[in-house]
Design a protein around this ligand. Structure first.
Ligand code: WTA
Length: 654
């Protein structure tokens, strides 16, 4: 291990106390697992899958790899819902709390494994009664209520491929996802609560389905959360509770369908480098194995733990580490509906104290926002139940890491900084907390079976310590299988840059201890509050506005959210004088087109955009402008960018 001189923020080895109780003990414990996986990945994953997952039928082969297409646990049969519920309900865990829920207004629900199984079976029977079956697709558009998990698990039980759409997405975004997926049912709520206000969801579903633009949708099932008035379209919309009440007594059980290991479990849309979001496809057996194994390796899960991942289930972190990973591993998973700062800045710390949370997993953006409010908020609460902290979604700056370690973890709790993506399904670079010494800001070492490399523009490995593109040289069980309906884009996006290897789209550096340091995206994807957003998606939204001629969007460094959305806009003739009003209108416009979380921080008007000779917008230049703030103020004078545009046009850069 290197000295602290080389690592200015120090090295934090696990405490002997933590190591003593850890699943993987000491660096040799980690190295042994890693070596076994490296030498014989199929035997390794076969063993993990046999130990941790229930299979109705075993595989004939662990992996069939025909780059870029992988099949994991070929010929095996399993069911994710069965693994998350039935096997625990039939064990000593039957009365253990599976989901511990807190609503934003303050209600609590404690749902045991037995009870969750009953709720999921009943809802699966509702879906069955509507004629839904394996191979159909559903859209789930709900706030963070337990029924969101119930809906996912009921779909998984029957083999209905679900796509959860984050409640912050607009009707437009929802419509695009319904259409791309060809879904036949939308499962939604009247609304949810956020910062004391109702966020209405059903009206957005109505807007998305208006004018017959989503002809594949036959059913809309609405769970009553807020009790507010919603309009119900007869023949299409039904209340969840009414469908439930109409079930026969026998509906408390519904057998889990024995599905192929490669049956599509879910599609999750994420931003890519074009205006159109891509549907990341995850399958059953491999994904389940990956998320279950990492619960033990990285979260060092104990049966007595109360585990809290604060992500919204609308993002991959919520899929893998609020629902599927924790439940498959038999954990108590805490779900919180609302905002971290409601009604006060101590809501997170209050929840941890009240429910005696042992592991807390959140984003650097949330940490930075809470640091700003001062130490008095966490200090007013008893956080002594915590034993492990986690971070995900974006690089964590060492200052935020140290605050999290000192003020929240009281210097006792390791921090697992976990690097992964929607496409990877589960964690790929992350420390095993009882084994791997930590360095603030580094995701540390790869998981067993994961072979990262750092390469240059031509795909050649860079010298140790140098920056380059992060790639993955071997397939792993939770990996993306395809882009829904677009295998060409799948190949082109991830597998052509370095043949046979997966291109992550991130820049990184590996130090002399083999620790990975993620430096951020190298494509046109922004990371705002740990949420992925494509510059092109925002640009497409802007140019739909009748006054906008052209738009270029870049991420601007932001103290709290990591990046903020900054837009350069040129207007059509005749609208040049309306800047202030139009700026506001365009910010609102983007929120309406994509969702409130995508609302731009800044709109800058210009009468020309810097382009290369071949007409490509020079985003790198714009990024420099917004980072160094060489152009000040909200509204750039017209001349500024015209000059740059002219200058740029004279260069040969492409
Ligand atoms: C970034 C979220 C640094 C990275 C799970 C990646 C991170 C993108 C980390 C994926 C981390 C995620 N350190 N950067 N620990 N975790 N990222 O698909 O740029 O929403 O490519 O998945 O977030 O975002 P996604």
């Amino acid at each position: 291990m290197s000295t602290t001189e080389k690592d200015p923020h120090g090295v934090y080895p696990p405490s002997p106390e933590f190591v003593r109780h850890a699943h993987v003990q000491g660096i040799d414990g980690y190295r042994d697992l890693y070596r076994r996986a490296e030498q014989d990945p199929e035997a390794f994953w076969g063993e993990i899958a046999s130990e941790q997952i229930h299979w109705f039928e075993k595989w004939t082969r662990v992996l069939d790899w025909q780059p870029p297409f992988a099949h994991w646990f070929v010929g095996a049969k399993t069911n994710v819902s069965y693994n998350c519920l039935d096997r625990h309900a039939a064990s000593h865990r039957k009365n253990k709390i599976a989901i511990l829920w807190e609503g934003e207004p303050g209600e609590h629900r404690h749902i045991t494994y037995q009870e969750l199984l009953r709720l999921v079976c009943r809802f699966a029977n509702v879906l069955k009664a509507r004629g839904l079956k394996a191979g159909d697709r559903s859209i789930i558009y709900m706030p963070m209520v337990p029924e969101l998990a119930v809906a996912m698990l009921a779909c998984a039980r029957l083999g209905i491929t679900h796509s959860v759409v984050f409640g912050g997405f607009s009707a437009e975004a929802l419509k695009a996802r319904i259409q791309d997926l060809g879904a036949s049912v939308v499962i939604t709520c009247d609304g949810g609560y956020r910062r004391g206000k109702e966020v209405a969801l059903k009206p957005a579903v109505d807007e998305a389905l208006a004018a017959g633009e989503c002809p594949t949708i036959k059913d809309v099932i609405v769970y009553k959360r807020t009790g507010s008035n919603v309009s119900m379209t007869s023949g299409r919309d039904s209340w969840w509770h009414e469908l439930d009440a109409a079930l026969p007594d026998s509906a408390d059980f519904c057998p889990a369908v024995e599905l192929d290991s490669e049956h599509p479990l879910y599609v999750l849309y994420t931003s890519g480098t074009t205006g159109k979001p891509k549907g990341i496809l995850h399958m059953t057996g491999g994904y389940l194995t990956h998320v279950t194994a990492t619960m033990k390796w990285v979260f060092d899960l104990k049966d007595s733990d109360t585990f809290w991942c604060s992500a919204d289930i609308g993002w991959v972190t919520g899929h893998s580490y609020v629902v599927y990973g924790p439940l498959s591993a038999g954990a108590t998973t805490l779900m919180y509906e609302g905002a971290p700062d409601y009604p006060q800045f101590d809501r997170f710390w209050k929840i941890i104290a009240r429910h005696r949370v042992n592991t807390f997993y959140t984003s650097p953006t949330a940490i930075r926002a809470l640091i700003r409010q001062g130490d008095q908020w966490p200090e007013a609460h008893d956080l002594s139940s915590l034993r492990l902290l986690g971070s995900v979604g974006e690089p964590i700056n060492p200052a935020a890491w140290e605050w999290y370690y000192r003020v929240i973890g009281k210097g006792r709790c390791p921090i697992v900084d976990t690097w992964w993506q929607t496409e990877t399904g589960g964690m790929l670079i992350a420390p095993m907390p009882g084994a791997v010494p930590l360095k603030p800001g580094s995701g540390t070492l790869p998981m067993p079976g994961v072979i990262p490399d750092i390469v240059d523009f031509h795909g050649y490995p860079v010298e140790p310590g140098r920056e380059g593109f992060l790639i993955l040289r071997r397939p792993w069980p939770g990996m993306i299988r395809n882009i829904w309906g677009d295998p060409e884009r799948f190949k082109e996006q991830y597998w052509t840059k370095v043949p046979g290897a997966y291109f992550t789209g991130d820049a990184a550096r590996c130090d002399s201890d083999g620790y990975y340091w993620i430096l951020g995206r190298v494509d046109d994807v922004m990371n705002v509050s740990g949420h992925r957003l494509s510059t092109m998606e925002v640009e497409s939204a802007l140019v739909k506005h009748p006054f906008v001629a052209e738009a270029a969007v870049v991420g601007k460094p932001h103290e709290i959210t990591g990046q903020a959305v900054c837009c350069f806009v040129t207007l059509k003739k005749g609208h040049a004088s309306e800047h202030e009003k139009l700026g506001k209108e365009l910010r609102q416009w983007v929120a309406h087109e994509i969702g409130a979380f995508a609302r731009p921080e800044e709109i800058r008007f210009t009468d020309a955009l810097p382009k290369t000779r071949s007409g490509k917008i020079m985003r790198r230049l714009l990024r420099e402008i917004v980072s160094s703030n060489t152009v000040s103020g909200d509204v750039t004078t017209l001349e500024d960018l015209s000059v740059i545009a002219n200058l740029a046009a004279q260069t040969d850069e492409d």
